[in-house]
Design a protein around this ligand. Structure first.
Ligand SMILES: NC(=O)C1=CN([C@@H]2O[C@H](COP(=O)(O)OP(=O)(O)OC[C@H]3O[C@@H](n4cnc5c(N)ncnc54)[C@H](OP(=O)(O)O)[C@@H]3O)[C@@H](O)[C@H]2O)C=CC1
Ligand SMILES: N[C@@H](CC=O)C(=O)O
Length: 811
């Protein structure tokens, strides 16, 4: 035998009831069907009853509408006059009962528990009669067999009595029998209910009493999902759960199944299958006593509950005093306050509990009353209430005895700036629950889903400033590499925000990189980059990465606040890391403390890996003694490209056009760009160098750099064409070449300027816009480490920025 339960949506319309019929007719063997009220009816019945109790005559119209809706379903399902009349006659007394109880409530302006139970169960009485007739099933009145009692103000099923009575009627079951869900009665024969969601419970009780081979819960979702699909679009259906896992997930918010449902079938080892009435071919979720270990993920699912409050009572007078917990929980139980989570530190200095937000004031009063003396004597100093909280729980039998789960969990939420207020884990290690602010729930669920590989890929949410030479190539690379990154690195990069100097655009689902720049230009909202920063923080998205492809100090000044808000920063802009040593140190320190990333590999040598190898040397204990380098792609291009036919002024323009120079080429020609790079290299090597410690010889004389505008500078610079060519020729005559080089030593000094090198020097053959860095350390002493290659250009730089972005995801 199988027990099939159909919920409110599954029987919400005549069309859906026809689907139910197909499902039932597709079954083999003896079948017991349990149905809920038609979708939404129970809520409507309860609302109408409350209106009646308030003396609002509109209740009568609401009741008429409820009756009409049932009659419409009857008319659609039973076009045959005789059958139609028979079922109408069958439900008429229930309609009359509904009207008369509500009339009584209206007249005496009082809605007793008893009346409410009678009214709220009418939906199941009606739906079960109609559906039984439609399916041709034998109808049984659950109230005669399912008995309840009250304890601590809550209705409980009296399972001993209930099972006995159900077993007695088992021989009367037909091949197809039908019971209304939810409704029951007490020892006095008065109507009661099993509580909201109680139809699942009815089905489970029947399955257990009749020793069914399977309980099928037919609902409107495919089964238990790895997380709430409304929050995590990548959540997917879990194929298998143990009873304990299903219990934990349903307790913590997954409303697929009413939690008490599991116990009766668990006791008989009867499997449950969750199936979708609207997608019957989907496999659904199978729940049974099997515990999988091999090849299974460590956690099966993530659940969450919103609209809860965290109450903490604290005081040193609680330490070592027995009975505090007992009194706390007894005082709450006396007020029917359900405690969702408990956390107490071993210091016993505080106890935190989570309860539904609607009961906060009641709970506070109950605790204040119970601990009146302790509060007045300051043994308990405080009752702290945090509202708008949420509980998140990760669930899975495979967590048992596996190390690192809690570490991974709290590391992933922590580095995304989600503060954890309280934690609870039972010794069963089946569930780790923790309390966070409700506003962080989406972020937390996303990062946990990724961290435990419940998602097929990790996701980075990019906020890019700059769509110029480098930024536009980066966007192009994101577009072209997108599919490969998903396939090979399981990484999805979403461009969520894009900003230029005066406007910005956002799309939470990700802008199309192929059209993002055009969209920004056409539809961007006006605003500066600090507004862009504020919006990023407000969006509070998991794995947010701020990418700076500008050359602006205003943009660089925002990094600290972004890192503090747990947003990683990847930047091609050298201004932040080359400003004061204190700023550089603070940025790195903040990133480390917050568990986010601050990457700027392209600051030196564009796409060349220079900072990473230096970091590796330093981390391995290597002392860097000296570095010599050509660090300007622009200046190396100039010294390599000026010729008799091509003067300096023309090559400067070319360097800009080729994307080597800074947006303002005077930054290169003054030596500033190389000073910035030298500062960054020295700092990475462990020397707290300040710009005042760098001796600079500008590439062009200072008077040109002092000219009031770039246009004037470019016009006047031609005056240097002849002098520069003469200097170049002179070096050439001595078989030497000009190189604009940086020299950094372990004593924390650096020098930047134009030098001449002969053919024996490693700089001699440095072509085009290439860069080179020579690093002398304890182990690279006679022969320095050499890093050489393209040192400027939009494409190599964009590739370097993308590599840094990918590194943020750690894939
Ligand atoms: N070229 C290269 O080889 C290398 C470059 N870099 C670095 O890359 C960075 C970008 O250079 P490049 O692409 O040539 O520069 P561009 O001038 O081409 O582009 C700069 C972008 O930044 C935006 N921007 C500038 N100021 C602001 C601001 N205050 N707020 C918001 N947006 C702003 C501009 O906006 P708008 O479009 O509205 O004007 C523009 O889109 C520089 O820091 C450079 O040093 C690093 C390594 C190598
Ligand atoms: N302007 C820079 C670009 C890279 O940082 C250079 O020319 O090297």
């Amino acid at each position: 035998m199988k027990v099939l339960k159909f919920g409110g949506t599954s029987v919400g319309t005549a069309e859906n009831i026809k689907k139910v019929k197909e499902i039932v007719e597709g079954q083999k063997g003896q079948i017991v069907v349990v149905v809920s009220a038609f979708g939404g009816i129970t809520d409507r019945l309860i609302r109408a009853a409350h209106k009646a109790a308030e003396g609002n005559p509109v209740y009568a119209t609401d009741i008429d509408n409820i009756i009409d809706d049932h009659l419409q379903i009857i008319d659609t399902l039973f076009p045959d006059i005789a059958a139609n009349t028979a079922i109408r006659n069958g439900v008429e007394p229930i309609f009359d009962e509904l009207k008369s109880i509500n009339k009584g409530v209206f007249l005496i302006r009082e809605l007793s528990e008893k009346s409410l139970a009678s009214i709220s169960g009418i939906g199941e009485r009606l739906s079960s009669k109609i559906i039984a007739a439609y399916l041709g099933a034998r109808w049984f009145d659950s109230r005669l067999y399912i008995k309840t009692f009250v304890e601590y103000g809550r209705v409980h099923a009296d399972l001993v009595y209930t099972y006995k009575h159900l077993r007695e009627i088992q021989p009367q079951l037909a091949d197809l029998s039908l019971f209304p869900g939810f409704i029951s009665s007490n020892a006095r024969g008065e109507n009661t209910t099993l509580g909201r969601g109680g139809s699942d419970y009815t089905a489970s009780i029947l399955a257990s009493a009749f020793d069914a081979e399977m309980l099928e819960i037919w609902t409107d979702v495919d089964g238990f999902m790895t997380a709430d699909p409304k929050v995590i679009s990548r959540a997917y259906c879990i194929e298998h759960l143990s009873y304990a896992e299903a219990m934990e997930l349903s307790h913590f918010g997954a409303k697929v199944i009413y939690p008490p449902t599991i116990l009766p079938v668990y006791q008989k080892n009867i499997p449950i299958t969750i199936k979708n009435t609207f997608n019957p071919s989907a496999p659904g979720t199978l729940i049974n006593g099997r515990q999988e270990t091999a090849g299974q993920r460590q956690i099966k699912g993530i659940s969450s509950i919103k609209s809860v409050s965290l109450l903490t009572i604290q005081g040193i007078g609680m330490v070592g005093v027995s009975g505090i917990s007992m009194r706390l929980f007894a005082s709450l139980a006396a007020k029917n306050i359900n405690v969702i989570l408990i956390s107490q530190a071993s210091s016993e200095n505080s106890i935190s509990i989570v309860i539904d937000s609607s009961q906060t004031e009641l709970a506070k009063m109950a605790i204040e009353q119970e601990f009146k003396r302790e509060l007045s004597e300051r043994h308990i100093s405080n009752i702290i209430i945090d509202n708008e909280m949420a509980v998140v729980a990760i669930v899975g039998e495979n967590m048992k005895h596996t190390t690192g789960i809690a570490g991974l969990l709290f590391n992933s939420v922590g580095k995304n700036g989600v503060n954890v207020y309280a934690i609870a884990q039972g010794a069963s290690e089946l569930n780790i629950s923790f309390v966070i602010k409700e506003k962080d729930i989406k972020k937390a669920l996303n990062v946990i889903h990724e961290a435990f590989f419940l998602s097929d890929y990790s996701r980075l949410n990019l906020f890019l400033v700059g769509k110029g030479t480098v930024g536009s190539r980066l966007i192009h690379k994101i577009a072209t590499q997108r599919d490969k990154l998903i396939k090979n690195n399981s990484l999805k990069i979403r461009l969520v925000g894009l900003a230029g100097r005066n406007s910005m655009i956002f799309d939470k689902e990700g802008l199309d990189p192929n059209t993002a720049i055009e969209k920004l230009e056409k539809e961007g909202t006006p605003g500066d980059v600090s507004q862009f920063r504020d919006k990023i923080i407000e969006m509070n998205m998991a794995n947010s990465v701020f990418v700076d492809c500008s050359a602006s100090d205003e943009v660089a000044s925002l990094y600290l606040s972004l890192l503090e808000a747990n947003v990683s920063v990847v930047t091609a802009n050298k201004i932040a890391s080359s400003s004061s040593y204190e700023t550089y140190r603070k940025l790195k320190e903040t990133a480390r403390k917050k568990g986010v990333k601050f990457f700027y590999e392209t600051n030196v040598g564009a796409g060349l890996p220079i900072i990473a190898p230096i970091n590796d040397l330093v981390r391995s204990g290597e002392k860097i003694l000296k570095m010599e380098a050509v660090l300007s792609g622009t200046l190396n291009y100039i010294v390599n490209s000026v010729s008799e036919k091509k003067p300096l002024s023309q090559v400067i323009i070319e360097a800009k056009e080729k994307g080597y120079s800074e947006p303002d080429p005077r930054i290169d020609l003054s030596g500033t760009d190389v000073v910035r790079k030298a500062l960054i290299l020295a700092r990475e090597a462990g020397y707290p160098l300040e710009s005042s410690g760098v001796e600079v010889e500008p590439f062009v004389p200072q008077q040109y750099l002092d000219l009031p505008s770039l246009d004037l500078f470019l016009e006047k610079i031609a005056e240097l064409d002849i002098t520069f060519e003469k200097r170049r020729q002179k070096a050439l005559a001595e078989n030497k070449k000009l190189r604009y080089a940086a020299h950094m030593t372990a004593n924390g000094k650096a020098k930047v300027g134009l030098i001449e090198v002969d053919h024996k020097h490693p700089f001699f053959d440095l072509e085009g816009s290439n860069n080179i860095v020579l690093i002398w350390s304890e182990h690279y002493f006679e022969h320095p480490m050499q890093i050489k290659g393209y040192g400027a250009g939009a494409d190599v730089t964009a590739a370097g920025v993308l590599a840094d972005i990918i590194k943020v995801a750690n894939v």
